[in-house]
Write a protein that binds this ligand. Sequence first.
Ligand code: ZN
Length: 375
Amino acid sequence: MKKIFRTKIFILVMTVCLLVPSINVRAQERVFTRDDNLVIVIDPGHGGTDTGTQGGRIQERFMNLITAQALANRLNMYEGVTVYMTRSDNDTTLSLTDRARYAESVEADFFFSIHYNACVLHDRFGIETYTSRIAPFNAYGYQFGDLLMKKYRDQYGIFPRGVKTRKGLRTDGDYYTVISANIYREIPAVIIEHCFADGIVDADHTMSNEQFRDYGETDADAIAEFFGLRSTILGIDYSGASENLCYADPDIFNDATFEDKTGPTSVSVSVTSVDQFFNTVNIHVEGCDPDGMMLYYALSTDGGWTWEAPVPWPGADALSGTYDPSFDLTLQFESGVRPSIVIKGYNRYDGYLKSNQITFIDKFNSKDIPLYREA
Ligand SMILES: [Zn+2]
């Protein structure tokens, strides 16, 4: 007995030893090296006649400025960094290229564009960052975005949607002008979409100006950690190797940032059991997106006429690109209901696929097993 126990411990220790060193070595690399005079440009998105999204409690241009000002204030408490802002009031209208030109004029080392998100159905949630498609800028943005989103997940419980890219309509470059205009000037640039200002789920995260300020301070700390800065006033020192930096190869386009323009390849649902006394149905859901990942799912019990708000796909981790290939759900129905169950699976780019449909022929009556059809 004792010997078997020891062998198991040994195998466990061996496994841990084999895994840990390689992770640590990779985690300590800082992809962006800087000179001593680090210049950071903070860009509060929109402004003036461009209000940004109006779906939130206040217009996006206001939220962005509150976050950006808190960010600049805190980043200024770190040593060896000069911080500029593209706008410092809400009445200034700036083109996207103007913002990049300004960054060039102050010889920026890195450009951070501050935004809040919104979507047509007001049902999406989470934080995402956009980086360039071009190496080495792709890796700089990827490593920063990964670091930032881990902070948001751990500190605020905001769901990471990943570090993403978007291809230009007519070029192989970047879709977002604020990124492409900076990259053209060889300034690394990222867009931070903090969370959804119009969303039901993220509503808790966009209640007060205090929260917008908190996010600015978190962004400042993430930037400081990314560059290895130190602050005597704050008593923070990121100058040593950081365990939190993800691995990124500056020479190649990172697959984790791949823009997935196609929906999931399969989403299916099947019944595993029906309880006629409690009116419950256990269903098994499978989903697959080989060139991306499953990020959310939504449920309909009326054949797709109405949908519940999307929720995270079980095991979905947009930072590692992993998700559970299948999961089980228990659904409960009122007596007299004749459900028709469909699942929608979404990927990181909001592409989706509807599953097959499970149609109940009989109504639930708390006595007999209702008949159903899996199509
Ligand atoms: Zn915006």
